[in-house]
Design a protein around this ligand. Structure first.
Ligand code: CO8
Length: 260
């Protein structure tokens, strides 16, 4: 499928999705939100994709937020719909079977931070900038920032970010746990591919069920979460990869996971 605001590349088991709206620093307008939803629908069905890297095309920006020009014209009903469109996309990323790594190559502001928050892992280049500038625009975070940011960094830190509209540099984002790692800008994509390749070499069903258990568990009590974990632990014993992976360990041999 051809995309106007995205670039989709494949490298071995990795899909690389680049948001590509250079004239607006990759800001998310509704067309881009819809294309992202389409690309993740396509990826979910692609058995050759084990890991997704999501990044911004160009040197400067991951995503500079929701598109302010489009948003400024919305009436309250349309604004609610726009927010819901964003939520559907973020939930789709969270529910995608394969893990998604946000490769934050520059500005990740407003909807950009929120998009990164919906991914499973965030890594950043040293020039990355994060923040929720919405209250400085007469708005508030509307793509899940008020929900995912406190869950990730704690409500005290999230409140400061959401109330002040301050920008955080990559080191500060690392310090508070918003990103897992920070790399020199020129090394970021190589490091992202190397992390993705490592994950892709592991049992795909194990990785995917881990992702699902993490997300299910975050929204329920621990005993229910343990029940879900036991159920998927049982499920994986019907896979060939489980049998072959354990057999290879006991026989001290190598096995390449097939995702079956
Ligand atoms: N939307 C639309 N256009 C944008 C955006 C954006 N978010 N960000 C940048 N652009 C455009 C600029 O207007 C400019 O266009 P032009 O060349 O036509 O004037 C072009 O991109 C380049 O930008 P700058 O000249 O400003 O580049 P600088 O390097 O000087 O500055 C910044 C870069 C600091 C990133 C600056 O562009 C900026 O502050 N951008 C806005 C960041 C922001 O506030 N983002 C949050 C937006 S609100 C949001 O995300 C809400 C999410 C929830 C939505 C809920 C729905 C109801």
């Amino acid at each position: 499928m051809a995309y106007e605001n995205l670039i989709l590349e494949h490298q071995d088991y990795i899909a690389i999705v680049k948001i590509n709206r250079p004239k607006a620093l990759n800001a998310l307008n509704s067309a881009t939100l819809q294309e992202l939803s389409q690309v993740f629908t396509e990826i979910a069905q692609d058995k050759n994709v084990r890991v997704v890297l999501l990044t911004g095309n160009g040197e400067k920006s991951f995503v500079a937020g929701a598109d302010i020009a489009e948003m400024s014209k919305l009436n309250p009903m349309q604004a609610q719909k726009f927010s819901q469109l964003g939520h559907r996309l973020m939930n789709q990323i969270e529910n995608l079977p394969q893990p998604v790594i946000a490769v934050v190559n520059g500005f990740a502001l407003g909807g950009g931070t929120e998009l990164a928050l919906a991914c499973d892992i965030r890594i950043a280049g040293e020039k990355a900038k994060f923040g929720q500038p919405e209250v400085g625009l007469g708005l508030l975070a509307g793509f899940g920032g008020t929900q995912r940011l406190p869950r990730l960094v704690g409500s005290g830190r999230a409140s400061e970010i959401l109330f002040t509209a301050d920008t955080l540099d990559a080191q500060e984002a690392y310090r508070i746990g918003l990103v897992n790692r920070v790399y020199p800008q020129e090394d970021l994509m190589n490091q992202a591919v190397s992390l993705a390749n490592k994950i892709a070499s592991r049992a795909p069903m194990g990785v995917q069920l881990s992702k699902s258990a993490i997300h299910v568990g975050q929204n329920i009590d621990i005993v229910s979460g343990q029940a879900y974990e036991s159920a998927v632990f049982g499920e994986i014993f019907s896979s060939e990869d489980q049998k072959e992976g354990c057999r290879a360990f006991l026989e001290k041999s190598k096995y390449e996971y097939k995702g079956v």
